[in-house]
Design a binder for this molecule. Structure first.
Ligand code: MRU
Length: 347
């Protein structure tokens, strides 16, 4: 079978930001082109691009775009770039990578206050490219560390999509799986479908199947049964934010998987680049949880499935207490409990 063309989650091309439209996968590979920061902010909010590290990269390019789109003098350009940072910070609250990337771009802006407009444009684009390139390298390091935790033959359960589509490439949780497969291990993946946005069924299944990795989609509600039957060797998921005490925010449903893994003594690993570790947030209770639009719950592919006028709740993330996490797999190494001192030592 011919290998499919590699895809790019996000790239900068001809003074524009290009993203694969993740809402259309797996059926359509459509690339959207954004030429202004409002477009990038909308793409993050509407989930054209999603996944914590990928959101950070998109925000960085969005800031660079604000400088490129501005043809006025330095002080107006600085104002536009500042406004771009403010706008992007309103898009999604949970993924700390968004705020981390905006902070890096703001620092670059401050450093370049005496520059010419062209120098400022270039400095911002170079910083965005650095954030992008670094993320890819960090994912490979996460993969190398994480692969050491995967036995030679393993069934790995994952939730949501923490893959190439959620990062600059390779992925965090899926990076661990990819690196284990590259090391010659025999890995079968169980992908939770991940209601309501179906990142597992649509995105994880798409990118792993494309790479020829053995993947089976399961309904979210089947995970506890399979864990209790010991049909899973280990769980590995990504995260949007890790608090200083090791509490982990990730896609809604992760907490339930962690509880079932703990009850059945199955290792539960969380993979993340250092940009997802938030030592300024004390614990999970302080992590802001995004509420997404009702339509994601009330409708399936445009068809209403909930009776009219019945309210729904749609929290997009949950918090898994540190006590349920076997280890954090970071680019700086594997951290085991107690996470507070472990994370502080690597900071
Ligand atoms: O709402 P999403 O699709 O942005 O949520 C994504 C997740 O929950 C991922 O697991 C997380 O961002 C880690 S991505 C490497």
């Amino acid at each position: 079978m011919n290998k499919p063309q590699p895809f790019l989650t996000i790239t900068w091309r001809d003074n524009a930001v290009v993203m694969i439209d993740q809402r259309r996968l797996p059926h359509e590979e459509q690339y959207n082109v954004y030429t202004d920061v409002a477009g990038v902010a909308g793409a993050i909010r509407d989930m054209v691009i999603r996944g914590a590290p990928a959101i950070g990269v998109a925000a960085a390019y969005g800031v660079a775009l604000a400088a490129h789109a501005a043809s006025d003098g330095l002080s107006q350009m600085i104002d536009r770039v500042q406004a771009a940072c403010d706008l992007l910070a309103t898009t999604r609250p949970t993924a700390v990578n968004l705020f981390w990337a905006i902070e890096r771009m703001s620092k670059t802006l401050k450093k370049a206050q005496q520059a010419t407009p062209d120098q400022l444009r270039l400095a911002l684009l170079e910083e965005a490219r650095a954030i992008h390139d670094e993320d890819l390298a960090l994912c490979h390091r996460i993969g190398e560390h994480g692969a050491t935790l995967v036995p030679d033959t393993a069934t790995v359960l994952t939730h949501c999509n923490a893959g190439a589509l959620a990062t600059a490439g390779h992925g965090t949780a899926l990076g661990v799986i990819r690196s284990a497969v590259s090391a010659g291990k025999n890995v079968r993946v169980l992908a939770d479908e991940t209601r309501p946005f179906l990142q597992g069924a649509r995105l994880t299944a798409w990118e792993l199947a494309r790479d020829g990795i053995d993947v089976t989609v399961i309904p979210d509600v089947a995970a506890p049964l399979l864990l209790s039957r010991k049909e899973v060797t280990l769980v590995v998921v990504g995260t949007d934010r890790v608090a200083a005490n090791g509490d982990v925010a990730n896609k809604i449903g992760t907490y339930g998987v962690a509880l079932a893994a703990h009850a059945n003594r199955i290792p539960f690993y969380v993979a993340a680049p250092w940009s997802t570790i938030d030592l300024d947030t004390k614990d999970g209770a302080a992590i802001p949880i995004e509420n997404r639009p009702d339509e994601e719950v009330t409708h399936v592919f445009g068809k209403r499935i909930v009776p009219n006028a019945v309210p729904v709740l749609n929290p997009a993330f949950d918090v898994t207490p540190a006590a349920l996490v076997t280890a954090l797999i970071t680019d700086r190494g594997i951290v085991r409990p107690p996470f507070g001192p472990g994370l502080a030592a690597l900071a």
